[in-house]
Design a protein around this ligand. Structure first.
Ligand code: DAT
Ligand code: MG
Length: 138
């Protein structure tokens, strides 16, 4: 086995729609361990650092504004290959085409609205996970 940790964020749409429990249920049902959890309203500095790879892209400003629009639940979870595994649970970035059975595919609404309203974030590599866990959990 290859136990690792990843950062999951329940984004403002997930918290506002009372989906935190459903998302955590799916994480626990998969067998991942909850290591830490907190409700947080991140400042722009934290968000800029979190999304630094996307700075300058056309969707960056709307993304950061959306992430500032309400509280976020940050989760530190552990498990065998959990970084890749959680992204598989989450589904692809665009909820419109995310597969059924995934968090985004089942629960993210297609309102013809923005792609950023896709309920969750999950780190995409061991390096990102380490960096993002330090940012959100210190
Ligand atoms: P992911 O969250 O699946 O890792 P990402 O890191 O490429 O996706 O992008 C970060 C977030 O930015 C993503 O959750 C939603 C938003 N986003 C990505 N691509 C977008 C696009 N083409 N238009 C609008 N928002 C986008
Ligand atoms: Mg990403």
């Amino acid at each position: 086995t290859y136990v690792e940790e990843t950062l999951v964020l329940v984004k403002p749409d997930g918290v506002a729609r009372n989906l935190t429990g459903e998302i955590l249920r799916r994480i626990e049902a998969k067998g991942y361990q909850l290591v830490d959890i907190k409700l947080i309203e991140p400042d722009r500095e934290l968000l800029a650092s979190h999304y630094e790879e996307h700075q300058g892209k056309p969707f960056y400003e709307p993304l950061v504004e959306f992430m500032e629009s309400g509280p976020i639940v940050a989760l530190r979870i552990a498990g065998n290959r959990v970084i890749e595994g959680f992204r598989s649970l989450a589904g692809t970035t665009d909820p419109t085409t995310a597969a059924p059975g995934t968090i985004r595919g089942d629960l993210a609404r297609d309102w013809g609205l923005a792609v950023q309203q896709n309920l969750v974030h999950g780190s995409d590599s061991p390096e990102s996970a380490q960096r993002e866990l330090a940012l959100w959990f210190g």
